[in-house]
Ligand binder design. Structure first.
Ligand SMILES: Nc1ncnc2c1ncn2[C@@H]1O[C@H](COP(=O)(O)OP(=O)(O)OP(=O)(O)O)[C@@H](O)[C@H]1O
Ligand SMILES: [Mg+2]
Length: 262
């Protein structure tokens, strides 16, 4: 990784002692002749929010798919809670995905189910909860925490883009995952709604002590939600640091992400 010098000097040594929840080492992934991930290295510590920035097509979503075991790396390893994801069988992957929630860009709600039914689904199907009172309580709490309790009986088609995103977020957090992977959580939303979603990501981290990777093109989201930012370029990580450290970087490519930020 071509480190940005001034940033590596400022790195916080304290993170060394913290538990590594996601460890990516020398990750490589190609599709035919297209070498998308060439050498990705990243450690995410318990309770940390890491934002990944990078131009379209640099392999950010491919990285997430390698973390959840949907794609197998061609080289290197992805370990979650110390276990190599590529080595896991179906049962182990299923167990891992209970601890690791993800929020896809579309919100991925089931269109034929109401908001309530969408949220009940992971409780009954994944956690196998049978007690209706507990189900009701958890659905209401999750919707309350994303400010969507009023829409509990609405169908997804009746929701705005921001509301769908909130409902998707409620469905992700309802099983209380230890890790949440967000792929462009604010894309397609207006600046005010984007800000609300970014604030929610931050409040979920604080309240549920989750560890997260957030892929975004939204610099305001990166500023609000990140403890640390990494920039991906040409299949490798170009730089990492806090938002403010990277903001001050003299590197041309790093600077290009921050050119409109005051
Ligand atoms: N299953 C696949 N088969 C073939 N090529 C793929 C596959 N998945 C991704 N790619 C290619 O890998 C490259 C990286 O894709 P990826 O979706 O990870 O980009 P990204 O960084 O998430 O971009 P964006 O910011 O636009 O979402 C792209 O060129 C894409 O076409
Ligand atoms: Mg993507």
């Amino acid at each position: 990784m071509a480190e940005v010098k001034e940033n590596s000097k400022q790195k916080q040594p304290s993170t060394k002692k913290e538990e590594v929840v996601i460890a990516i080492k020398g990750l490589k992934k190609s599709f035919g002749e297209k070498h998308v991930l060439k050498n990705i290295n990243l450690e995410v510590h318990r309770g940390e929010n890491v934002v990944i920035l990078g131009r379209s097509g640099t392999g950010k979503s491919v990285t997430i798919q390698c973390i959840i075991g949907m794609l197998k790396p061609d080289g290197g390893t992805v370990k979650v809670f110390g276990d190599d994801v590529a080595e896991m069988n179906e049962k182990e992957l299923k167990e891992l995905r209970i601890k690791m929630g993800f929020l896809f860009q579309s919100g991925a709600l089931y269109d034929s189910m109401s908001v309530r039914e969408n949220l009940e689904f992971p409780l009954t199907r994944v956690l196998k909860i049978k007690d209706q009172a507990e189900i009701d309580k958890r659905v209401e709490e999750a919707l309350e925490s994303v400010g969507l309790l009023d829409a509990i009986d609405k169908m997804p088609s009746d929701l705005s883009g921001g509301m769908r995103k909130r409902a998707g977020l409620a469905r992700t957090i309802i099983v209380e995952p230890e890790i949440i992977l967000y792929d462009e959580p604010t894309t397609g939303l207006d600046p005010i709604t984007s800000r609300e979603i970014s604030d929610l990501i931050l409040s979920i981290q604080k309240k549920q002590k989750t560890t997260s990777i957030i892929i975004t093109h939204d610099m305001e989201c990166a500023r609000i939600a990140s403890d640390r930012v990494v920039i991906m370029n040409d299949g490798e990580y170009l730089a990492e640091g806090t938002f403010d450290q990277l903001h001050k970087s003299k590197d041309k490519i790093v600077g290009s992400y921050f050119q409109d930020i005051l």
